[in-house]
Ligand binder design. Structure first.
Ligand code: FES
Length: 122
């Protein structure tokens, strides 16, 4: 079927996540928000840096050149590529961890060992 390396974890068939929606994925102690953007898949920690809102339940959209998810709690927008808060601007502080995603043979796979946590410049 597909090649599973030591770090890639099979998550779900692509058909299980509708276009431009998110789904919560729990892998041990890590809670991840997985998003289907049609031409690509994105994953980040399912926890808004403001008040821990569930980002998997947010609305996918755009803000400037960034593809974002809007937190369902207080509407902060999080960049799906970087995990940074892009609205409101100037929030600074830690952003959301992002995770590499790939699709092989119709199966979405995550690499949780290669996650990134970046600091957002104030
Ligand atoms: S918890 Fe996400 S904006 Fe407040």
């Amino acid at each position: 079927m597909n090649t599973l390396t030591e770090q890639w974890i099979q998550i779900t068939p692509t058909s299980e996540v509708p276009l431009r929606e998110g789904r919560e994925v729990k892998l041990g102690s890590i809670n991840i928000a997985l998003f289907n953007l049609g031409d690509r898949w994105m994953a980040l920690e399912n926890r808004c840096p403001h008040g821990h809102g569930p980002l998997a339940d947010g609305i996918v959209g755009g803000y400037g050149t960034a593809t974002t998810v809007t937190c369902p709690m207080h509407s902060r927008r999080i960049c799906l590529d970087s995990g940074a808060v892009v609205k409101p601007l100037g929030q600074g502080g830690p952003c959301v961890r992002t995770f590499p995603v790939k699709v092989e043979d119709g199966i979405v796979m995550l690499d949780i060992q290669d996650s990134k946590a970046r600091e957002v410049a104030a």
